[in-house]
Design a protein around this ligand. Structure first.
Ligand code: GAF
Length: 385
């Protein structure tokens, strides 16, 4: 939803019978390039989008936490006692906010009890990381309210810990980092081994470009199946190659890897190694030329995910192919894969034709109509009221 701060505060008062102490928001993200490289200690280049999740929060005088959502106005709040909250003890959407409080305490910070009302404009299931937006909104709120003084870098790992241990999804740290470090007009170049990040200017409007998101509406989950299997393949590849993580292999090492690894593991490894190189290329292109020249590296990334890492799906391939045929400068699936969204980089004047071509391709393939919209790099998480 797109509730105003005033309306969300009023909804909080209706729900919990008191005024909130404040409102905190955190954005979803689009990843320009660098997919599945984060848990391989590699490089990523996401940006925070202007769609965000907002939480209204009030501290309680005890250790009880109640969490509710504007999306389920008739549901009772999920209520837990922080003293008995355990890893894996909460299921469903509330595992994300409550997981963050569990992860903060697990990391040595004490949280007060609190009431939390969640609202969001980040499309759920579209591959834009509504989950990290929710984690980071709760993380910055709890950090402020408990005066814990946690750095943004540690807040990102706390969000990741919540997702890994409370939700059960073995994800990396990219999404939380984008949500916490994003800035208007910039992408975030993150070295997932050192945790160092750097803002890279990404002025799409100034270049006459739009980054289109094509949400295939194919739902995906990172708690089961393919995502975890890819992570295991990467860990196996690193172990067989005798390196701490695939980050430690370069493109030149792939010839040796071909002789050591089975054919499937080799392709998984090749995706990660070449994707890391593509992220570095993309940063170089953005700083020396500008976003209009990113097309080929985006196209190569999609081919690698489709053929080597095998995390695309027919709907994502259809979106990418139709967008490119209709004049997009580049296109690729974004996020964890197996569904979710593709992105297409387009000149503003070409957007209507690309949209029509993608919709026509989906219709003739018998797929549900995709949701297509533009995104811009927006601000990172923080207090909004
Ligand atoms: C998901 C995960 F949450 C990220 O950590 C990352 O691995 C991404 O998939 C793939 O790049 O969004």
């Amino acid at each position: 939803m797109n509730t105003t701060p005033h309306d969300l505060a009023a909804a909080f008062a209706d729900r919990f019978g008191s005024e909130p102490d404040g409102l905190w928001a955190a954005p979803g993200r689009v990843n320009v390039i660098g997919e599945h490289t984060d848990y391989n200690d590699g490089f990523v280049l996401p940006f925070a989008i202007t769609h965000s999740t907002t939480v209204a929060v009030a501290v309680r005088p005890n250790r009880m936490v109640r969490v509710a959502s504007t999306f389920a106005p008739d549901d009772d709040p999920v209520t837990v006692d922080l003293d008995t909250l355990e890893e894996g003890s909460v299921t469903g959407w509330a595992a994300y906010p409550l997981g963050v409080l569990w992860a903060m305490e697990h990391s040595g910070y004490r949280c007060p009890g609190m009431d939390i009302l969640v609202d969001s404009s980040v499309p759920v299931g579209a591959g834009l990381s509504s989950s990290a937006a929710l984690e980071c909104a709760v993380g910055v709120a709890a950090n402020d309210l408990s005066e814990a003084g946690i750095s943004r870098r540690e807040l990102a790992t706390i969000g990741q810990l919540a997702e890994n241990r409370m939700v059960g999804a073995p994800t990396g740290v990219m999404d939380q980092s984008a949500s916490l470090f994003g800035e208007v007009g910039h992408a975030v170049f993150l070295d997932c081994r050192s945790g160092e990040s750097r803002l890279v200017p990404l002025d799409l409007e100034g270049a006459g470009l739009e980054l289109m998101v094509i949400d295939t509406r194919v739902s995906h989950s990172h708690s089961s199946g393919g995502y975890a299997a890819r992570r295991r393949s990467c860990e196996l590849g690193a172990e067989l190659m005798g390196v701490p993580a695939l980050r430690d292999l370069s493109v030149e090492d792939l010839a040796e890897a071909a002789g050591v690894l089975d054919e499937e593991t080799f392709r998984r490894v090749r995706h990660i190694v070449t994707e890391n190189a593509r992220v570095e290329d993309a940063v170089d292109i953005l700083s020396r030329k500008g976003p209009a020249d990113l097309g080929p590296v985006l196209v190569a990334s999609h081919a690698s995910m489709r053929d080597d890492f095998e995390i695309s799906c027919p709907e994502l391939d259809t979106a990418v192919d139709a967008a490119l045929d209709a004049g997009a400068l580049g296109a690729r699936m974004t996020g964890g894969g197996f569904g979710g969204a593709a992105i297409a980089l387009a000149r503003v004047d070409d957007v209507p034709a690309i949209r029509a071509a993608v919709e026509a391709a989906f219709s003739s393939a018998g797929y549900p109509e995709p949701a297509i919209f533009g995104v811009l790099p927006g601000a990172g998480a923080g207090r909004v009221a």
